[in-house]
Ligand binder design. Structure first.
Ligand code: HEM
Length: 452
């Protein structure tokens, strides 16, 4: 728990002039990524801004981001704005802290080891082929919706050994409600100041979404327990784990971890793929190069994990997509004690925010940063830039646990789908990034399908 220390005369870095009562909220809420990009351009590597009740430092230099995520990681916790999500995620890995987080991370890590995730490759490809059976010639589909469905089913099958079947729609609805709730509470002044217990429609909708999630997850846990089988997936492992003193993880804690993995483990990868379909449709020369690689390496067969080292250009495409459209477009932390970042004093309770969107478009590290160019990643380019100039999966001890899972999934799904279908963007639709908790295409991505 963070308690705010008394105000001292502060030495603030530069920052935008703000409304005396509302702080930066009106400007931020109108266009969060525009606001953060302008702040970086106008005020430099560290910027200070205030919302009505919060004080934030925005870091726009890889060294300062490293200071936050690696060197001084233990002095910070996830920011309190994140804690709205605690209502749904409970105390799962993404929001838990301290020794408790350390223990949970240690327990879950084996499910994400390279050897283990290789075994998931087959499920990933099989489920993709199942989806493609429902795609038809000349059909128009919202591929963003399809990617969300597919990655959700994959995470449930690989990590919990569960077929979601008709529950997929329920999970998606509950997720939509919670993301809208998070976005609305953080960006709408009136809601921001409204107590969460007030029985207004948005609060009631959110409460119902949490209940629906709970019912589903407890049902999954119950079924697995009744089956009595140790099927070597993460859920079985969590059910069987015992501490040295013989205690087991409570159902509530297992619920929190499952819900976290279900949410964190599907939407982000789905977004990487949705933005891939969009960018490929705008860059036929990249699509052609990709097809040539797939033809050379796979010659029409479906990919396996063994093909991954040879799908070099495919991997570069995914990296470049996540540079321009990082699914997690910003991350925030809160100081647990007085400290310093970039030579500036940070007080207990202050917020620090970093944005892959802003860093990934910084011309100091990326030539022509607005251009979609997967070839920029050739010749080990990633080793030539500072580590935190490109950080779609964050870094330091809180780095994404599903990084290898996600990279493999994105490459396998892209290679499987692209070999079978050509996707053409339906004209006259707006493709706009929506900075909800993640970076979503606001109105989806409608594509025309043609068999190859
Ligand atoms: C392209 C896909 C993905 C991206 C871009 C992504 C990005 C991230 C980022 C940036 C964080 C750190 C958040 C912060 O520090 O505030 C994170 C954490 C996390 N991610 Fe991912 N992620 C992806 C896929 C996955 C997958 C597939 C899983 C699980 C199957 C997963 C599970 C998690 C979990 C549990 C955490 C919390 C880790 C901790 O704090 O110990 N993610 N992810």
């Amino acid at each position: 728990m963070v308690t705010v220390s008394p105000k001292k005369k502060a030495n603030y870095p530069p920052g935008p002039k703000t409304h005396p009562l509302l702080g930066i909220l009106p400007e931020y809420a109108a266009d969060p990524i525009g606001f953060m990009s302008r702040s970086a351009q106008e005020y430099g590597d560290i910027v200070h801004w205030k919302s009505p009740t919060l004080s934030f430092y925005q870091l726009n230099h890889p060294d300062y981001i490293e200071e936050l995520l690696v060197k001084k990681n233990s002095l910070f916790t996830k920011h309190q704005t994140f804690h709205i999500l605690r209502k749904i995620w409970g105390n799962g890995l993404l929001v838990s802290d301290g020794e408790f987080w350390q223990r949970q991370r240690r327990l879950m890590q084996p499910a994400f080891h390279r050897e283990q995730i290789f075994a998931y490759g087959e499920v990933m490809v099989d489920y993709t082929k199942r989806l493609l059976k429902n795609w038809h010639e000349d059909e128009i589909r919202d591929v963003h919706e399809d990617m969300m469905h597919l990655t959700l089913e994959i995470v449930a099958k690989t990590l919990f050994g569960t077929e979601l079947l008709e529950d997929v729609t329920q999970v998606e609805k509950a997720m939509q409600v919670s993301i809208e709730y998070f976005e609305a509470r953080n960006n709408n002044m009136l809601l921001y100041l409204t107590p969460e217990w007030l029985p207004i429609p948005i609060n009631l909708r959110f409460k119902k979404a949490v209940q629906q999630f709970d019912q589903l997850i407890y049902r999954i846990i119950q079924k697995k327990r009744e089956s009595g089988k140790n099927s070597h997936d993460l859920l079985s492992m969590l059910l069987h784990i015992q501490d040295e003193d013989g205690t087991r993880m409570s159902d509530k804690q297992i619920r929190d971890e499952l819900i976290t993995l279900l949410i964190a483990g599907h939407e982000t990868t789905a977004l990487a793929l949705s933005w891939t379909w969009y960018l490929l449709s705008q860059h036929p020369e990249v699509e052609q190069k990709l097809l040539t690689e797939l033809q050379t390496v796979l010659a029409g067969r479906t990919p396996t994990f063994a093909d991954l080292p040879k799908l070099i250009y495919t991997e570069r495409v995914i990296m470049e997509v996540m540079r321009l459209y990082p699914p997690v477009w910003a991350m925030s932390r809160q100081a647990l004690q007085d400290c310093e970042i970039a030579g500036y004093p940070i007080r207990t309770g202050d917020g620090v925010v970093i944005s892959p969107w802003v860093m990934h478009r910084d011309s100091r590290y990326f030539e022509q940063p607005e251009v979609f160019n997967p070839d920029r990643w050739a010749n080990d380019f990633v080793k030539k830039i500072p580590t935190f100039a490109y950080f779609p999966f964050s870094g330091g001890p809180r780095v994404c646990i599903g990084q290898s899972f996600a990279k493999m999934e994105a490459v396998l799904l892209l290679a499987t789908i692209l070999q079978q279908f050509k996707l053409t963007l339906v004209p006259n639709q707006e493709i706009v990034p929506w900075t909800a908790f993640t970076l979503r295409p606001k109105y989806g991505v409608k594509m025309l399908l043609n068999q190859r």
